[in-house]
Design a protein around this ligand. Structure first.
Ligand code: NCD
Length: 313
């Protein structure tokens, strides 16, 4: 395995399967009364979060703690970054304390990779701008594998604000690596520029018609709804919220037309009533909370694979 996990490009299909095998073992720990494993005893991991996060940060924190690592959370708001310290100085300062791994979330695409060039400990990208979010894709694929048995030959629709979505970019790579086919569904204004050439090169389909993808002859075996990321939008990407929902939301009507047993994924945070109806979010086939639970197991596995083998010096 690569030293860092910056992108899904850092892991091959075999390594992803290895991560899943370990994650399945880690998953069992979650249902125990005593959840600690000693694998990372004596190691220190810093969660360096320059962007808001609920589940990713706490998931990494729990994952590290259940492996017995010491986990320290640093967020930009309470750190010297808000006093004007450069990213490089912040990173060099925390690594000089003798840490063993760095989990980074940053608003700039490429930030995690840049940081990995400054430090000699493993760096895990927990989301960099609109670029990648590899552990989210791994936990999504892990969740789907458990629901569908295998991803080989399965058809996954990824629907929503694809332009701004790092989850889309990482999932596209991860799902296709595991043998699934992907259809990207979005209104034209939220479909990434140059998607025509990109889809040909990367081997995925593009659709502007959600109903067709959910019920056509090659209907999706799973549907992943992505958040409308208003905080990354500089102008109006769609006329009204209502219009977005009618065209691209997983509404109650669309839910009713889904084949029973079609997993519904959403990485969270959800805009209920916009991209996903409350009925769909809470449906029997909703895998949203399975994703959260899988997130801890998959991150335990990633931390284990990247840090447990590292020599402490
Ligand atoms: C995603 C993120 O931050 O990239 N959320 C997450 O990590 N669970 C998706 C999003 O913000 O919409």
């Amino acid at each position: 395995m690569n030293k860092h996990l910056l992108s899904i490009d850092d892991v091959g299909a075999d390594e992803i399967q290895e991560i899943f095998t370990t994650a399945a073992e880690m998953h069992d720990v979650q249902s125990r009364q005593v959840k600690k494993l000693p694998a990372l005893r004596g190691r220190t991991v810093i969660n360096l979060f320059f962007e808001d996060s609920t589940r990713t940060r706490s998931s990494f924190e729990i994952a590290g703690k259940w492996l017995s690592a010491d986990v320290i959370n640093l967020s930009a708001k309470g750190s010297s970054a808000s006093k004007g310290e450069s990213l490089r100085d912040t990173v060099l300062t925390v690594t000089a304390m003798g840490i063993d791994g760095l989990v980074v979330r940053h608003g700039a695409s490429g930030a995690a990779e840049q940081i990995s060039r400054w430090v000699d400990v493993p760096v895990i990208n927990a989301g960099d701008g609109t670029h990648e979010h590899p552990t989210q894709a791994l936990l999504d694929a892990y969740t789907l594998t458990r629901k569908l048995g295998t991803l080989e030959g399965k058809h996954v629709a990824i629907v929503g604000d694809l332009t701004h979505s790092r989850v889309f970019r990482s999932n596209l790579k991860c799902l296709t690596k595991l043998g699934a086919t992907v259809t990207a569904v979005a209104p034209p204004t939220l479909m990434p520029a140059g998607v025509g050439d990109w889809s040909k090169a990367a081997g995925f389909s593009v659709s502007y018609d959600l109903d067709e993808v959910l019920s056509g002859s090659r209907r999706a075996d799973a549907v992943m709804m992505l958040r409308v990321q208003r905080e990354r939008m500089s102008g109006g990407f769609f006329p009204t919220a209502r219009e977005y929902t009618v065209g691209y939301g997983l509404t109650r009507d669309r839910l009713a037309r889904l084949e029973p047993g079609t997993p519904i994924l959403h990485p969270g945070p959800m805009n209920r009533g916009l991209e996903i109806s409350a009925d769909a979010a809470d449906a029997l086939d909703s895998a949203v909370l399975d994703q959260v639970s899988a997130g801890v197991a998959v991150r335990m596995s990633v931390l284990y694979h990247l840090l447990a083998g590292e020599e402490t010096s």
